[in-house]
Design a protein around this ligand. Structure first.
Ligand code: FES
Length: 258
């Protein structure tokens, strides 16, 4: 279902390794000449899936450099478990880069709000931008060393809060509200993480009048607007494909429920 206009290449696996927590996997694909913007995504389908798994899977791009195209993913289902079994030399069909990306505001503070594996697209952003008006607040469930937090903290001011209990989550929500409020009329937030966190971010952006962008992680099958499997409801009452109109949206443009 991915159309013939979508950039598509068969890329070779350079490495595919679980991190210190085996549920988080780093996949590196050979991608000479590849470029991408932070927040864009790719659709991946390994050649050896055959007829067993028909649809490609969407992933945020963690980074693109001379070392290759890096994807950080969590094994949450059959597709990602099979993806984690890739070995060097195998081929993966890659469509992308796709979608809209995070826009940095050059003249005002930009606060990254990352949750869990939603930290992935900010590795590339922090490495490329390395600016004083960019900082990050990271909420995480697993211990911090399992995430690429240090890579980001080496480039921009960063802080992390772990959530293990409902009380931790409530504290994190309070901090989110405070930080978002502090940027009202002065800056913007860039958020990627689990949907409950994005709902909270959007709620406080609207409540405090703070500019914000959120990256949705809707299910996707085609990645190019054809299957309608990824629709998001706009504040105008329409439905748009998040693969084409997002996955990064202005918080004022989309609904995320309560
Ligand atoms: Fe098919 Fe978005 S994934 S329309």
């Amino acid at each position: 279902m991915i159309d013939s206009q979508t950039p598509c290449r068969d890329l070779e696996v350079l490495s595919c390794r679980p991190g210190s927590d085996p549920s988080l996997v780093n996949l590196i694909l050979s991608a000479p000449g590849w470029t991408c913007r932070p927040g864009q995504f790719v659709m991946l389908r390994p050649a050896q899936w055959g007829a067993e798994l028909i649809w490609p899977r969407p992933f945020s791009v963690c980074d693109v450099s001379e070392d290759g195209l890096r994807i950080l993913f969590q094994t949450v289902g059959r597709g990602t478990r099979r993806l984690a079994e890739l070995t060097p030399g195998q081929k993966v069909t890659v469509w992308g880069p796709l979608g809209r990306w995070f826009r940095i505001d050059e003249s005002r503070p930009n606060l990254i709000l990352a949750g869990g594996v939603g930290i992935a697209p900010f590795v590339m952003l922090a490495r490329r931008e390395r600016r004083d008006n960019l900082s990050m607040l990271f909420g995480h469930r697993l211990d911090l060393q399992h995430y690429p937090y240090d890579e980001i903290a080496a480039a921009i001011q960063s802080e992390a809060m772990q959530q293990k209990t409902p009380a931790d989550i409530a504290t994190f929500e309070t901090v989110l509200s405070d930080r978002i409020k502090a940027l009202a009329g002065k800056g913007q937030v860039l958020a990627c993480g689990p949907e409950p966190m994005l709902k909270v971010v959007r709620k406080y952006c609207l409540e405090h009048g703070t500019d914000g962008q959120v990256s949705l992680e809707n299910r996707m099958a085609c990645g190019v607007g054809a299957c309608l499997g990824c629709v998001a409801k706009t504040t105008q009452g329409d439905y748009v494909q998040s693969c084409v109109h997002g996955p990064v949206f202005d918080v004022r443009d989309i609904e995320l429920g309560a």
